[in-house]
Write a protein that binds this ligand. Structure first.
Ligand code: XMP
Length: 430
């Protein structure tokens, strides 16, 4: 390992990630570990320069106070504690140390080097991946989202053709999305890429299904099925690559924190198709994943793209999906994205998209009454997607988008702008 590390032991703090970020922002790598880590486990983490005992309000679990093993104090590794009164550290803080205090510990006491950067991270991971995988083969579900794209690029750099990427086009992708995956990974990065156009299969299964949760279930299970079929066609795969990132792991709960959500992965594969996992981004925060993608040479549109739900346009083509409404949705969404990029709103707004409800509204075309679809524009800002506010888009921009959509998508007769924050509304319509 090329990087020095500060280990944060979770003794019931709710701010472990804040401390980890503070240290990484100083250019020093840091990881959060459970309070009962053993000297052997610590020994396996290379280059540990210091330990922070991070206490807090969740220090009592099932009536018992959590403590670190006494032997840790004898390892000769510099330690401080935060809100953990029973520690035997030389320096004890009752609240988060200031930046100056933290820097004094990390650099003056621990003598850490500020060598946490993406070049070193990538070099380390390439070595670790090669060690883990050897000459075996790895399979990766490449959706084209940020995490799977960055994992793919990293694995291609580490093991090249030992990686097979499978891209399933469920027919609910945005305009040109699958084409871009083929262009970037298949052509530019010369990856082993299996492209599966399963549009007819997904739309067939979804025909007449109006219930949002039912639609999600069908899309999710069909995805697993298609992926499984492709996996069975390949020989000698022993590993599955995954775009798990640090928040996924932290949100799965540490020993003192409550479980926020269970760790998502391509679960649901049958018993005989269980692979060992390769998760090279498991220690990165989202912005670090993006920085890693940039360092690996991925296009900015791919690395900085807005979040896109797994079920894709399926939950924005409201009610039972029809091909013509899906087409109106895909085209109007592409126009919206183009105009946002032109006006710089793409860099400002967290998530923006169009939605097409399942009814027609009256319009006038060529001096005749005609029925057309209604396109709804949604543009929201949020920190964590739990609450969201709407973006106050300039009327000139909105009117221009409306003019383009109604001119370029003939099946549309109306365009609306939705102004409800979350709560009361959710970000998506279904
Ligand atoms: P809501 O609609 O719950 O959305 O306010 C919050 C965020 O989650 C995304 N979202 C999904 N992502 N599968 C996903 O991968 C889904 O089924 C799903 N539903 C909502 C949504 O786009 C927003 O960013």
């Amino acid at each position: 390992m090329k990087q020095d590390m500060i280990v944060i032991l979770d003794l019931g703090s709710t701010e472990n990630t804040v401390v980890a970020r503070q240290i990484r922002d100083m250019g020093v790598y840091s990881e959060i570990h459970p309070h009962d880590i053993t000297p052997e486990e610590l020994g396996k983490l290379e280059n540990v320069k210091g330990i922070i005992l991070n206490g807090g309000e969740n220090r009592v679990v099932d009536g018992e106070e959590v403590v670190v093993l006494d032997v840790l104090y004898d390892l000769g590794i510099p330690m401080i504690s935060i809100d953990y009164p029973q520690s035997k550290c030389e320096k004890q803080f009752s609240a988060l140390p200031t930046e100056e205090e933290m820097k004094a510990f990390v650099f003056d006491v621990c003598k850490s080097e500020a060598n946490w950067n993406m070049k070193n991270f990538i070099a380390d991971q390439v070595e670790i991946i090669r060690r883990q995988v050897g000459d075996k083969k790895v399979l990766l579900a490449l959706s084209g989202g940020v995490d799977s794209s960055v994992v793919a690029a990293l694995l291609i750099k580490a093991i090249g053709k030992q990686l097979t990427c499978v891209h399933v086009n469920h027919g609910l992708m945005r305009k040109n999305e699958s084409e871009n995956v083929v262009e970037v990974f298949g052509k530019q990065l010369d990856a082993n890429l299996v492209y599966v156009d399963a549009t007819d299969r997904f739309l067939g299964k979804l025909e007449g299904v109006a219930d949002p949760e039912e639609k999600r279930k069908i899309i999710g299970s069909e995805f697993i099925r298609v992926f499984e079929e492709e996996a069975r066609k390949l020989e000698g795969i022993e590993f599955l690559g995954q775009g798990t990132i640090y928040p996924d792991i932290i949100e799965s709960g540490t020993k003192t924190a409550k479980v926020v959500k269970s760790h998502h992965n391509v679960g649901g594969l049958p018993e005989d198709l269980q692979f060992a996992l390769v998760e090279p981004l498991a220690q990165l925060f989202k912005d670090e994943v993006r920085a890693c993608g940039v360092e690996l040479g991925l296009p900015a549109e791919m690395v900085y793209r807005q979040p896109f739900p797994g079920p894709g346009l399926g939950v924005r083509c409201l009610g039972a999906i029809t091909r013509d409404r899906l087409e109106a949705l895909r085209e109007s969404d592409a126009i919206l994205r183009e105009e946002f990029a032109k006006t710089g709103l793409d860099k400002k707004v967290w998530q923006y998209f169009t939605v097409v409800p399942d009814f027609k509204a009256v319009g006038v075309r060529n001096h005749e009454r005609s029925m057309g679809y209604m396109v709804v524009i949604r543009a929201v800002n949020t920190i964590d997607a739990m609450t969201a506010s709407i973006e106050r888009i300039d009327y000139d921009i909105l009117e221009n988008i409306c003019a383009r959509i109604t001119a370029e998508v003939p099946s549309v007769s109306r365009v609306c702008y939705e102004i409800t924050p979350k709560p009361v509304a959710t970000i998506e319509f279904e």
